[in-house]
Design a protein around this ligand. Structure first.
Ligand code: ZN
Length: 612
């Protein structure tokens, strides 16, 4: 779908309803050359999320092509409303419907998947009966399972209307419908895997797995798998890239994608038997399957609905997908509780970004907090906020700095530093001795533990290096999934579809050390978000999406570019040496690499000492 949003603020009017309708009308008639007589605009009221306004849908010969929503009012529980200061237009246009409409094909799939469809029909030796599709097409919307009471009666009615025997229609439609599902689902899997996700049993990866399993189930049901195989699915990806080329440009399909599909297929075959036994047992016990049983079998056991239907010989309930979406909406995420309010304070100036090798600084106390966390400091004043600080707070998987703060004649150890809102909270090893408010405005001097900082920087810079090395050794499908850098050790989680061999671990370690020994320059600078994304692409966000419109870029010369807020060395050689400890498959599709960054001389001294 194409989406266009327009924001009209009180001091900047862009355009609203009248102009928006006119622009869409002119696009339809002048650009697409559609006869005005064939166009219908229908106005209705749209309400959602506490907003209200007109909405206009437009149709060409009955086919909805787009809609425009105009958020004009804010609504209240008592039914009253007031004008919104910022009026918003949200337009959606069916991208795949446009070529369908212009070409007048029997289905949109014929235009959108032209190359992939050609390959698949030839490979599977299928003949699409376009004559029946063209007759059936205009009535197909009547089979929307959310809206019909009796699906069999509706089929009968359609069959009478088009004057073709019910079974003949069904026989012509069923395999083609499955073919279209295969096209749609394989394209989805291809795009998701290309973008860096892998099938797994958790999070978004489980969607990839379920979609792929539905493809396997449909291929098996129709006895198509023998003709296509994993090689054929991989080949189909290449035809998808041809169909997408005009929108996305060229793709470089990585050969690893074939291995991903093969492993998933093998896994599906081996779990299929297990799943079948579970399902048999359930059907035997219950006689039939309730909606809850369907949902458990799909979501907890990972069996696609088509496969459940095939194994149980029970048709898919008409309200199944509606029920699943309803239940998903009911799951509300609990909001994280924030203990300290820093909204009234200015942002802590981050001195650690100016020179990451500096250890001494001066600052002013701007706020003192009472400790609210459970423990021995609860209800004491041992938290200070400074106008500027060299102390890096725990964030982005990197542990905080420690050190001392000198306040007047007293010396306090800084045992923890946390980031809350825009401020860094310095947690001291004992409560402040005098009346808390008397500290506001006082000058302090601080010294951070530079040895610890250096080790943390080595581990953090090492994360970028090990990641770049893993991507070079294993392939471009590798994304960072998480990382932790403490003083003693670091680990990096990467996406990969199987465990690593010893040889692969060794190759990553060798490549990482080659990068270190090359002494590559590491530049750190701020860049406008839009510009950064345009220049480097979304691979910037290895450590997750960074909020704000200004990104801190960490760039290792010809090796790695990421948006990152941690502390890093200035050259890769400062890391010294990376020693890989081990790798571990921590969940489906995620491999954790444990490593230490060490000063190579220290290590050699230790080894020499042990063999003397
Ligand atoms: Zn970093």
């Amino acid at each position: 779908m194409l989406g266009i949003q327009v924001f009209n603020s009180p001091n900047k009017y862009v355009f609203f309803k009248d102009e928006c309708v006119e622009f869409n009308y002119r696009w339809l008639t002048e650009e697409l050359g559609i006869d005005p007589e064939e166009i219908t605009f229908i106005e209705d009221v749209w309400a959602g999320g506490g907003n209200l306004g007109p909405s206009i849908e437009y149709f060409v010969n009955g086919l909805e092509l787009g809609n425009m929503v105009f958020m004009q009012y804010k609504t209240f529980h008592d039914g009253s409303r007031e004008e919104l200061p910022i009026k918003i237009i949200d337009t959606g246009i069916g991208l795949e419907r446009v070529p369908w409409l212009i070409n007048g094909s029997a289905t949109s799939y014929m235009d959108v998947f032209a190359n992939a469809l050609g390959f698949l029909t030839q490979k599977l030796e299928l003949d699409i009966n376009n004559e029946i599709w063209e007759k059936f097409g205009p009535y197909s919307c009547q089979l929307n399972i959310d809206e019909v009471d009796n699906i069999d009666q509706t089929w009968e009615k359609i069959s009478k209307e088009i004057n073709v025997e019910v079974q003949t229609v069904k026989n012509a439609i069923a395999p083609v419908k499955d073919l279209y599902i295969v096209l749609d689902h394989t394209r989805t899997v291809f795009m998701i895997v290309y973008d860096g996700s892998l099938p797994s049993n958790v999070g978004g990866g489980s969607n990839v797995r379920n979609i792929l399993r539905r493809v396997f189930a449909i291929l098996h049901k129709n006895k198509w798998f023998e003709k296509l195989g994993v090689d054929g699915i991989f080949e189909l990806f290449k035809f998808h890239t041809k169909d997408l080329k005009d929108i996305y440009g060229d793709f470089n399909i990585h050969p690893n994608m074939k291995e991903v599909i093969q492993l998933e297929y093998d896994k599906w075959l081996s779990t299929d038997k297990e799943q079948k036994d579970k399902l048999d047992k359930l059907i035997k016990k219950k006689g039939n399957l309730s909606i809850d049983d369907w949902i458990i079998a799909m979501q907890s056991w990972g069996i696609p609905a088509d496969r459940i239907s095939e194994l149980s010989k029970i048709p898919i309930p008409g309200n199944l997908y509606y029920e699943i979406s309803q239940r998903a909406e009911r799951v509300v995420k609990a909001t994280e509780q924030i203990l300290y309010d820093t909204t009234h304070l200015p942002e802590t100036e981050a001195l650690y970004y100016q020179d990451s090798h500096e250890s001494e600084f001066k600052a002013k106390i701007i706020e003192v907090f009472v400790n609210l966390e459970e423990g021995k400091f609860k209800n004491t004043h041992n938290i200070v906020i400074l106008d500027q600080s060299l102390y890096y707070p725990t964030s982005g998987g990197q542990s905080n700095d420690t050190g001392v703060l000198r306040i007047g004649d007293e010396v306090y150890n800084v045992i923890n530093v946390e980031r809350v809102g825009k401020c860094n909270l310095h947690i001291l090893d004992r409560p402040l001795v005098e009346e808390p408010r008397s500290y506001i405005g006082k000058e302090v001097s601080g010294t951070i533990d530079l040895k610890r900082r250096f080790q943390l920087m080595s581990h953090h810079t090492g994360t970028h290096i090990v990641f770049a090395a893993a991507r070079r050794v294993l392939g471009p499908h590798v994304w960072q999934n998480g990382a932790k850098k403490t003083e003693d050790m670091a680990h990096l989680d990467i996406t990969h579809y199987k465990g690593l061999t010893f040889e692969e671990e060794e190759a990553i370690e060798r490549e990482a050390n080659r990068i270190i020994m090359s002494g590559l320059n590491i530049s750190k600078y701020f860049l406008d978000k839009a510009e950064a994304e345009k220049k480097f692409g979304f691979t910037l966000y290895q450590g997750g999406v960074v909020p704000g419109n200004n990104l801190r870029i960490v760039q290792i010369e010809n090796t790695d570019v990421e948006a990152c807020c941690g502390t890093h060395h200035d050259r890769t050689s400062e890391v010294g040496w990376i020693k890989m400890i081990k790798s571990q498959r921590i969940s489906d599709g995620i491999v954790r690499l444990y490593y230490v960054g060490v000063r190579i001389l220290n290590f050699i001294f230790l080894v020499c000492k042990s063999i003397r």
